[in-house]
Design a protein around this ligand. Sequence first.
Ligand code: 5GP
Length: 114
Amino acid sequence: MGMLPFDVFEQIINRESPADIVYEDDNYIAFRDIAPKANTHVLIVPKGPGLVTAKDAFEDNVNIFGGLFLVANKVADIENLEGYKLHMNVDEAGGQIVPRVHFHFLSSDYESPL
Ligand code: 5GP
């Protein structure tokens, strides 16, 4: 499956599509994946425009990427998880489907060979 032609996460940010929101602040939103791959599967998404894949990381916006880790820690607190897994698909060639940067925040039951 290739990259979707539209950004469904922007619709969630703008409240045009429903989502089970776990955390939100001015710069990020975190909501439950519609097709969870673990007991806890939350998507952590920056709200700002122009970040399609992690390949859009540059020195002038690297703080936005770093902030994803701070939100992951907040989600872990909210979900009462001592540890967790983070996964990011990067670009269509890396398996990314939704054209907006996002971390998959997963509880440790996530089946990963890593
Ligand atoms: P990607 O392959 O882009 O890293 O993963 C996209 C993720 O977004 C998938 O795990 C998929 O289940 C999830 N997803 C796709 N559309 C929606 C939606 O409309 N709402 C929610 N909550 N998750 C979605």
